[in-house]
Design a protein around this ligand. Structure first.
Ligand SMILES: *Cc1c(COP(=O)(O)O)cnc(C)c1O
Length: 397
């Protein structure tokens, strides 16, 4: 495996960021090349359907301002965010031909300014939102862009079937530039779950009321459910960022993040000493420990007492995870092998976001979005996460 050299090919690495990196307690390196490779895989699996990128929550914490332009280079022209503010921040970074949809739709009671709405299309999630957007279109004398969300059985957002039929009959939506009819799967990561087929047939029924409007149903996991789920477009999120869209099967995606923490202190601990809050861990024998600058304040789950890695050696976490620090057992390293300033790896190619999620009793989505805030973030274009089992996954034509 080649060494991970995050900054070697990054033209933006400046003296300033090198300094910030040296001072950082935790460093999150995002491999844009891996994200791009993941996009290409999803795009090829979904073709001829349009593969949109879901970049909500700042691209699952990895930085939408870097992720979206990188995906543009791979030909992605359709993007989804969750909030209107996310769309306003992203719109100036995208060329005019890119479509940008807001999944959470129109914020209730908010008057969307005409200027702000330029090139941003809400996903209309209720009859009231559809009526409001149609009225705005009429007031402005032009067809405003929109997507319509049919709820086919998630009961979260979206227009229920009865309202949908009435909306279609009312002709109200003719005032809009209706670009997509979407729906969202509840159990896409469980291929045998009967809800998938039920939602597909409800989606097909809903599409009959909006002839000529392209459909979009599948998220990352949904893309693997079979060709009939691909419709005219898909919405890939998690898989682009390396999260396994196929739970309990080999991950076809490349890992896209590396998380490292810097050693602040090395300590010799006498047998019988309690380490960390609550003295939750008592050294059974004399130990040597390293205290590193990563904690739950950086998004590391407090309950995940896993390990870090240093030059192939596993360093178990001892005691409780603090807000700003974690203590590692380095007893089996030689005395000079590791010292203050050294970087240890908490997430990488062989210990992934999904592994950590399993240890913490959560999902990779929550791990990634939690890590997006405090750690120093840097980008590489190496793209060297390895694509496994890719050949095995192909839709029957
Ligand atoms: C978040 C989201 C997606 C993306 O789902 P992934 O599982 O991350 O691929 C797609 N559609 C909707 C409506 C979403 O909320």
């Amino acid at each position: 495996m080649p060494p991970f050299s995050p900054s070697s090919r990054n033209p933006e690495t400046s003296i300033v960021s090198a300094q910030a990196e040296r001072q950082a307690g935790a460093i999150l390196t995002v491999d844009l090349g891996a994200v791009r490779a993941n996009y290409r895989l999803m795009r090829d699996l979904s073709a001829p359907a349009d593969c949109a990128a879901v970049v909500k929550a700042d691209a699952y914490g990895l930085g939408a301002a870097r992720i979206a332009p990188a995906l543009m280079q791979e030909g992605c022209r359709t993007f989804f965010v969750a909030h209107w503010a996310e769309a306003l921040a992203l719109r100036p970074l995208l060329p005019a031909e890119a479509a940008l949809f807001v999944l959470n739709g129109l914020p209730p009671g908010t008057e969307i300014q005409a200027a702000g709405a330029e090139g941003i299309a809400p996903v209309l999630n209720s009859r009231a939102q559809a009526e409001g957007w149609a009225a705005a279109a009429q007031a402005r004398g032009r067809a405003l862009p929109a997507a319509l969300h049919a709820d086919t059985g998630l009961f979260r957002l979206g227009v229920p079937a009865g309202d949908l039929r009435e909306l279609a009959a009312s002709g109200l939506l003719r005032r809009l530039d209706l670009r997509l009819l979407i729906s969202h799967l509840a159990c896409a990561d469980e291929p045998d779950h009967p809800a998938n087929a039920a939602q597909l047939s409800a989606f097909r029924a809903a599409r009959k009321w909006f002839p000529g409007v392209p459909g979009s149903l599948a998220n990352s996991s949904g893309i693997f459910l079979g060709a009939e789920f691909l419709s005219d477009g898909v919405r890939a999120g998690a898989a682009l960022y390396g999260i396994n869209p196929l739970p309990n099967r080999p991950n076809p995606m490349r890992p896209a993040v590396r998380l490292q923490a810097r050693v602040m202190q090395i300590r010799d601990v006498a047998a019988g000493s309690g380490i960390g809050y609550g003295h939750d861990f008592i050294a059974p024998v004399p130990m040597r420990t390293a205290t590193v600058g990563l904690g739950y304040g950086d998004g590391w789950p407090r309950r995940a007492r896993t390990a870090a890695w240093f030059e192939g050696a596993r360093l178990p976490i001892v005691g409780r995870v603090s807000m700003d620090s974690i203590v590692l057992d380095t007893s089996h390293l030689s005395r000079d092998a590791i010292g203050p300033g050294a970087l240890v790896e908490f997430l990488g190619l062989s210990h992934t976001v999904d592994d950590l999620a399993a240890a913490a009793g959560t999902i990779g989505y929550e791990i990634l979005t939690s890590l997006g805030g405090r750690p120093f973030r840097q980008y590489t274009d190496e793209g060297y996460g390895f694509s496994r089992e890719v050949a095995a996954i192909q839709h029957k034509s």
